[in-house]
Design a protein around this ligand. Structure first.
Ligand code: DQA
Length: 145
């Protein structure tokens, strides 16, 4: 199976950005964690600070991926367009967050992305990605069985 792992704005600064919230691991470390968790499945791992680029990649995942892990970062709280792109998918979608947004500021409690997510993993730092990749792989395999 091919797994898309897409990362939204500011996650390129992982490791230096608010490390008390997001941890010391860099995005490269997170990529390595995802590749290890994928157990030989192909991982397409990308990050963008641009909403439109993320939407293009979600559209690409429609035909190229068997599951999607998405950390929408700030766009999860704001982007109806990203939600609409996700709604066009038939593959499983796992929403993933390093922090637990529900335990933070009120404006983080709502996620548009959650409306289109099969499931959500949040609050475990970089380990959230490991769990999200495992869940996405399992869902992809169940569907192809
Ligand atoms: C985040 C949580 C979001 O609220 C925030 O805007 C981010 C990162 C997380 O991984 O914890 O940029 O998605």
């Amino acid at each position: 199976p091919v797994l898309y792992v897409l990362n939204g704005p500011n996650l390129n600064l992982l490791g230096v950005r608010e490390p008390h919230i997001y941890g010391r691991e860099t995005l490269a470390d997170v990529q390595a964690i995802c590749e290890r968790a994928a157990e030989g499945a192909t991982v397409v791992f990308r990050q963008s600070n641009r909403e439109g680029e993320l939407i293009d990649w979600v559209q690409e995942a429609r035909t190229e991926a068997s599951a999607l892990v998405l950390n929408p970062a700030g766009y999860g709280h704001t982007s109806i367009a990203l939600l609409d792109a996700l709604k066009a998918l038939t593959i499983p979608v796992v929403e993933c967050h390093l922090s637990n947004p529900a335990a933070r500021e009120d404006f983080r409690a709502h996620s548009y992305v959650s409306l289109a997510a099969t499931g959500i993993v949040s609050g475990f730092g970089a380990h959230s990605y490991e769990l999200a990749v495992q869940a996405a792989l399992r869902l992809a395999r169940e569907r192809s069985a």
